[in-house]
Design a protein around this ligand. Sequence first.
Ligand SMILES: [Zn+2]
Length: 332
Amino acid sequence: MIWDSLKGHQHQMEMFRRAIGRNRLAHAYLLIGPSGIGKRYFAKLLAQCLFCPQFSDEELEACGECHACRQMQAGTHPDLLEIGLPDGKRSIPLELLIGDRENRGREGLCHDIAMKPMSANRRIAIINDAEMLYDESANSILKTLEEPPPGAILFLLTPDIEPILPTIRSRCQPVRFQSLADEDLRELLLQENSEAGELPHELIRLADGSLDTARQLLDPGLDKLRRKVSALLTQPTLNSGQAIKDVSEILDELGGDPATQRKHLRWVLQFAIDTLGRKLKTAENVDECDRIGLMLDRCFETELHIRQTMPVPLCLEALFASLGRRSRGMLS
Ligand SMILES: [Zn+2]
């Protein structure tokens, strides 16, 4: 019933059902997988099943209608705690875990999870962006993981396991999630945007199984950028001057701070690589293959330049100037 709303991840759900059936529910799980594929939604469904009084834990089901279920759907259940990386921050602030200076140890997730549940028989915490837990914040969560409150369950969500401290890793049970299948992603997008109509194959392919990425790609500005880059590079040879002018114009419209501009430039590259990759598949002779290969190499080089913080306009000009030459078979 309640799990019908979940796309993919059935295997992970069955794993939890078996664990609960055997009374082997751990107190902490590391949910690992690309962002935007539904890890948080999965954790919330699990919590809802464990909070819903209409079903036993072993059934791992929720009615969707009781007070607890309605609170979960509204995001107001008092026994579900959730934190994540606030906008503009580079790490999860300590106060979210143990309270600010004035209230140290009297507030925050590590404090709240140890409190008696208000309406359910346990408290559940979701920690998004767990790879952004450093230093004191990581230590605070480690203490909670070392002495977990009875019945409490913590879900730490992360795209990668590598940045998670080994001490945290060793106290959590890892559960790996895969990207969404294209058809699941398509269905979710159509549910959200009933007016979207036909979703381009490119968009689904570029989203790479991530609903978050697909949502970004549906943004009209980014959509315009994708179409423009694709149209420019589909031509037999590239007019560099025109490309620089057209793409710069759209990037200016998109605006944003330097970090956002860099993100947009990364998209230009993604769009270029995607278009050239498609072109390569239909290339008619070796010469054409070579030319496209050289253009792709240039895109990969630019990826490095972006990381080396070369200014965005400079990167863009150099990229398209070189792509133009390479589209004519010149290596420079
Ligand atoms: Zn219910």
